[in-house]
Design a protein around this ligand. Structure first.
Ligand SMILES: Cc1ncc(COP(=O)(O)O)c(C=O)c1O
Length: 379
């Protein structure tokens, strides 16, 4: 396999004995950001009282820096620990009457679906899942969602889907919801670091993780709230900031570990030094070629997605590999980790099972070559 990309694995501390091809699930924190976090933790433990006294100003400054990096309106950008929290606060803010509808798609993230289920049940409402085929074009996605949006009280859509690694036409979906007067919550878990402008204009709520593709320490995410929702959008934890206003109201989540938020800008510096927008293009070509190689090795194919995520690719698993439930998915991940020394994700959509391969700046052609050499014996 040829690739022009020279992996920058020296910037991370990943175990070289393992093929790390699942960045999309948990991210990976570069050494510089780990060091910054370690320094901050040492400062915290040297004088916890002084640390917490100085914290509000430091959190506010990190928050503003992250908002600028995302291109988000600083006045509407609040910090949360993860996208699950971001979706939860957004769903809690919107009105869904008894008998109402929360619309989601069949590409949604499992835990986000659980959040929709929880809020629907609490309000006597229901969740309507719009089936979207794997290879749907952006036009198809918009056409499939149009009738459901008309009858929705709120719509939850992904920016980049998790089980299918597809970029959804979020700007068009936001316009569709706006035109119908229906609030839209955009799950942008994978947007920061993968999309040039991850915060869509006009969305009522967008939430994204910085601990995935932006490589921040885990526990770093944001929610962008449109002006009309700010006064009623409350932090996930009720604490002393209860009577403040957004975004400051989210800065204090009680006694907790705030180091990831403060160290996150150090991860963004690493991406800047890598000239990440250009590097990402090379890494995208790498993962596309790598997925083809792996598919060929296992006698399978890369599905022809209309808009594959820049640095993630699906590889269909042969029909002989049957994945009936979550336990079987995990069992295959574990087997590949143990027998191929490779971390990959295993996903199911429309009853078809796939590997989801991810690449970041530390990934090289060798990772895919070794996976392609090892997988056939264990599938
Ligand atoms: C599309 C999508 N939404 C939400 C999440 C949840 O992210 P977190 O666990 O950081 O809350 C993920 C995580 O992988 C995801 O891929």
């Amino acid at each position: 396999m040829t690739s022009e990309w020279q992996p920058r694995s020296g910037l991370w501390t990943l175990d070289p004995a393992v093929l790390h091809l699942n960045h999309g699930s948990w991210g990976a924190v570069p050494l510089a950001a780990q060091r910054e976090a370690a320094l901050l933790r040492a400062e915290n433990e040297a004088n916890p009282a002084a640390w917490f006294r100085a914290l509000p100003q430091r959190v506010a400054s990190a928050r503003r820096e992250l908002a600028r990096w995302l291109g988000a309106d600083e006045a509407g950008f609040a910090l949360v620990p993860n996208v699950s929290a971001g979706v939860t606060v957004a769903l809690a803010a919107v009105d869904v009457p008894a008998g109402g509808r929360i619309v989601v798609t069949s590409h949604g993230y499992g835990a986000v679906r659980f959040a929709a289920d929880r809020f629907a049940a609490a309000r006597g409402a229901s969740v309507v899942e719009v089936p979207v085929p794997l290879t749907a074009s952006p036009d198809d996605v918009v056409a499939l969602l149009t009738p459901a949006v008309g009858a929705a009280d709120v719509v939850v859509v992904d920016q980049i889907t998790s089980p299918t690694a597809t970029v959804f036409p979020v700007d068009r979906l936001v316009s569709l919801c706006r035109a119908a007067g229906v609030p839209v919550i955009v799950d942008g878990a994978h947007g920061p670091g993968l999309l040039p402008a991850p915060v869509p204009v006009g969305a009522d709520f967008w939430t994204g993780n910085l601990h995935k593709w932006a490589c921040a320490p885990r526990g770093t995410a944001g929610v962008v709230v449109a002006p009309e929702w700010r006064s009623r959008t409350l932090p996930p934890v009720v604490s002393w900031s209860e009577h403040g206003s957004l975004p400051e109201r989210f800065d204090w989540q009680a006694t907790a570990d705030y180091v990831p938020w403060l160290a996150a800008p150090a991860a963004l510096d690493v991406l800047d030094d890598l000239n990440w927008p250009a590097a990402r293009e090379s890494v995208s070509r790498l993962v596309a070629a790598g997925a083809d190689l792996v598919a060929k090795a296992i006698g399978s194919e890369v599905p022809d997605l209309a808009a594959p995520a820049p640095t993630m690719r699906l590889v269909a698993l042969p029909p002989s590999v049957r994945i009936g439930d979550k336990a079987a998915e995990e069992a295959l991940r574990v087997r590949i980790a143990r027998d191929a020394a490779a971390e990959v994700n295993v996903c199911v959509h429309d009853s078809r099972a796939f590997l989801r391969l991810s690449a970041h700046a530390y990934t090289g052609a060798r990772d895919f070559e070794l996976l392609a050499a090892r997988l056939p014996a264990l599938l």
